[in-house]
Design a protein around this ligand. Structure first.
Ligand code: SAM
Length: 162
């Protein structure tokens, strides 16, 4: 597989899962986009979930100018600084959907980041809430339902809070 093939497969999985999750979540609860990047997946989510409150987290905003959230919905800073006050403000169990795409090419760093972030993400998910991630997140109160979606194994990770 070429790197182009791999990029296309990853983006296809990402889009298919965002579409699937947009249909699967209930009507109540926040949507969190973690890692704005270029703004592509945020743009997709806001299109698929019109009228829904979508909060976006990013430490170094540099998205396409058309892909910024409205005032008050972009939370700038490192996640370990911004997530705890967000949880204080909105409460545990306030999110219906979390999409997190923040990995780098450094697998050791990715593993350590996922381990440290997992308790914060887990506490934000409401019962039945869904997390889509670009990597595995160890969250004991969530079930890994990746295999129930059509995404090929290991390409993207899907969890549902019990
Ligand atoms: N899904 C996005 C898209 O479709 O355009 C791409 C996201 S990009 C791969 C990852 C983003 O996560 C980067 O913009 C990076 O700055 C942000 N990020 C990574 N680690 C972060 C952290 N600890 N706190 C806040 N933002 C972080």
């Amino acid at each position: 597989m070429t790197r182009l093939d791999s990029a296309i497969r990853r983006l296809t999985a990402q889009r298919d899962l965002l579409d699937w999750a947009s249909r699967a979540i209930g009507p109540a609860g926040l949507v969190l986009e973690i890692g704005l990047g270029n703004g592509r997946t945020y743009d997709h989510l806001r299109d698929r979930l019109p009228g829904r409150e979508i909060y976006v987290f990013e430490r170094a905003p540099a998205a396409h100018p058309d892909c910024y959230p409205p005032d008050g919905y972009l939370i700038v800073g490192d996640l370990f600084d911004t997530l705890p006050p967000f949880i204080e403000r909105h409460g545990r169990g306030s999110a219906a959907l979390i999409h997190i795409d923040i990995g780098t090419g450094d697998e050791d760093a990715n593993l350590s980041l996922a381990r440290r972030l997992s308790p914060l993400l887990e506490s934000l998910l409401q019962p039945g809430g869904i997390l889509l991630g670009d990597r595995a997140f160890p969250m004991p109160s969530c079930r890994d339902i990746s295999a129930e979606t059509k995404v090929p194994e290991g390409r993207y990770f899907v969890y549902r809070r019990e």
